[in-house]
Design a protein around this ligand. Structure first.
Ligand code: 5SP
Ligand code: CO
Length: 226
């Protein structure tokens, strides 16, 4: 059981001309979220393992890699080699998710599964016992700065119920449109990791936003636990 919610700022929203300085002022972050987009699984490109190595040199936070690619089985090792601590792959993209999860565990990384907004939570039934993290997308993947999809709360609550039925307690991460206005409700629904790109990096004081997101999420989590 966690004592507080974790915050994972998405580096996609950072100013890349000053990547080191951007990460340096986020010493409070639990994780750094790294969005990999291949131009096939999502209609956008971002960055790959070389940039992840540069991020690793600029932060002590754990590296939380979100792979939006059609061939996760072929690339997971690149990201573990580059320093990923957590690697999450889309259920919609993986042919053999248990094999990917095994491989990540063999390599000493935490394994996550991601579902897109249209994918029902029930589709996680077969892998919920195997994963360390479930990431629920609260926007359609491919771009930062989108609006949060309200139906996410129900999906998080349903996932919590599934975890209880299975007697497992993976981290539950929510990604997309997370701000100070929905952090508390997300914690109350059952989220334990909040990804935030624009809300953190576009703020005047990113560290303060990280602390506030964590505090609000934790207040929600405590309310849920009673
Ligand atoms: O995976 C994605 C988008 O595909 C996210 O991680 C975004 O990068 C989050 O950005 P904001 O919605 O918080 O600006
Ligand atoms: Co992401």
């Amino acid at each position: 059981m966690l004592d507080r919610v974790k915050v994972s700022p998405s580096v996609l929203a950072a100013d890349f001309t000053q990547l080191h300085a951007e990460l340096d002022r986020l010493s409070d972050a639990d994780y750094i979220h790294f969005d990999v987009m291949d131009g096939h699984f999502v209609p956008n490109h971002s960055f790959g393992p070389h940039i992840l190595m540069a991020v690793k040199r600029s932060t002590d936070a754990l590296l939380d890699v979100h792979l939006m690619v059609t061939n996760p089985d072929e690339v997971i090792d690149w990201y573990v080699d580059a320093g990923a601590d957590i690697v999450s792959v889309h259920l919609e993209a993986a042919d053999d998710l248990p094999a990917i999860i095994n491989r990540l565990h063999e390599r000493g990384a935490l394994a996550g599964v991601v579902i897109n907004p249209p994918t029902p939570v029930q589709e996680l039934e077969g892998v919920i016992d195997l994963v360390d993290i479930v990431l629920i997308m609260s926007v359609n993947p491919g771009f930062g700065g989108q609006s949060f999809i309200e139906g996410t709360y129900d999906k998080v609550r349903e996932l919590r119920r599934m975890c209880e039925r299975h007697g497992v307690d993976p981290l539950i991460e929510v990604d997309g449109g997370v701000t100070l206005s929905n952090a508390r409700a997300l914690g109350e629904a059952g989220a334990t990791v909040l990804v935030a790109g624009s809300a953190v990096f576009k703020a005047e004081d990113p560290s303060m936003i990280v602390r506030e997101l964590r505090e609000l999420g934790t207040i929600g989590m405590q309310a849920r636990e009673g």
